[in-house]
Design a binder for this molecule. Structure first.
Ligand code: UT7
Length: 336
């Protein structure tokens, strides 16, 4: 189901700061050749990924999230104690409850903030952006900290070559504030979900329908399982449609987009989408060769890197687009 397109006529909202954090440890394709029957050539040609980051033992999703959040708050010039709302998008929470956002609130010292998680897999950061935007536009809040953070290495089956070569750990964050005087703002957004396809990509065990027990402990049920080829097809179609919706609702054309920041799952997926949208490859931000697929963190990390590398200038039109388990998809057109 697609949500109705949404070009807000309420209080406009802009991004005032971004941040990201990647753990130090690098796991290369050659390292993976020693773990499973794979090759650097296969991984590079099928995905574009060369290496990914792996969190240290004892480094949790909320640690990654907090490090990214500090940088975003610093750039936005907002003190932790003034943060009003924290939304963490993750499928790899520190604990099933409380929410990872609660740990982040404590680690930041942002004790005045309402804090909760959203679970929308790789689309999660853009779901969080839509929620935060709405709560600023209608709820009287004057800022929101949104974070995409994942420690996927804790939920990967390291003996399954179909999945273990794809994922990595990391976090990205953005601070949203009301936009004054018609400057930069989120122009439009689009969210969608298809719950008929839950089997295509999931972590089947560890939840209430399949708790991990002594009997099933050796079956790796609390790890990512994916029907890659099927997910690939849905990803291309859904991200193309979501991109078109966000562009049209913002009264733009593909030619107006200065930079596309897509979900970083597979270079072939990104190429297929931008070819269909007829957007030049130079106008697409890609960093998946360094980090692999970091799910909810991917768009957030890429947004921060593009911002800090000077790839986004005031007045530019950028398109964010994501796709993930659920199935879920999401897009946003932004005037910077
Ligand atoms: O973040 C949420 C969204 N996720 C995605 O968008 C991921 C979408 N899917 C994909 O990116 C791709 O489907 C994959 C990268 C996961 C797989 O690429 P593919 O081109 O679709 O390969 P495939 O699954 O069709 O497998 C082709 C062959 C198979 O061997 P046979 O059956 O042809 O003999 C696999 O067993 O490649 C084999 N294979 C591997 N070989 C070496 C699968 N994984 C590997 C591997 N190394 N790591």
């Amino acid at each position: 189901m697609d949500q109705a397109d949404h070009a807000s006529t309420l209080q406009p909202v802009r991004i005032a700061g971004t941040g990201s954090y990647l753990p130090e440890k690098i796991l290369t394709n050659h390292d993976l050749e020693k773990l499973v029957e794979t090759s650097d050539e296969w991984i590079t040609s099928r995905t574009g990924i060369k290496e990914r980051r792996i969190a240290a033992d004892g480094e949790s999703t909320s640690d990654l999230a907090t490090n990214a959040a500090r940088k975003a708050l610093e750039q936005a010039d907002i003190a932790p104690e003034d943060v009003q709302l924290i939304i963490v998008a993750t499928i790899t929470p520190d604990t099933l409850t409380p929410a990872t956002a609660c740990y982040v609130q404590e680690k930041l010292g942002a004790h005045g903030a309402v804090a909760f998680d959203v679970s929308a897999a790789c689309s999660g950061f853009l779901y969080a952006m839509e929620l935060a935007k709405s709560l600023i536009a209608t709820g009287g809040r004057t800022n929101a900290l949104i974070i995409g953070a994942e420690k996927l290495s804790a939920f990967v089956n390291w003996s399954d070559r179909n999945t273990c070569v794809l994922f990595g750990d990391g976090a990205g964050a953005a601070v949203l504030v009301p936009s004054e005087n018609g400057g930069g703002r989120i122009l439009s957004s689009h969210l969608g979900t298809d719950g008929r396809q839950t089997e295509l990509l999931n972590i089947p065990g560890g939840g209430s329908c399949c708790p991990i027990t002594i009997e099933n402990a050796d079956q790796q049920l609390a790890t990512l399982a994916m029907q890659g080829r099927e997910v690939f097809k849905h990803a291309v179609n859904a991200m193309k449609r979501a991109s078109e919706h966000a562009i049209e609702t913002a009264h733009l054309t593909a030619g107006d987009i200065d930079l596309v920041i897509p979900h970083q799952a597979n270079l072939r997926i990104i190429d297929a989408i931008v070819d269909r949208l007829e957007i030049p490859k130079d106008n697409v931000f890609i960093n998946l060769e360094k980090y692999g697929n970091t799910s909810a963190a991917a768009v957030a990390i890429a947004l921060d890197e593009a911002n800090r590398q000077g790839r986004i200038k005031s007045g530019d039109h950028i398109l964010l687009v994501a796709f993930g388990a659920g199935l879920t998809w999401a897009s946003a057109a932004i005037k910077w």
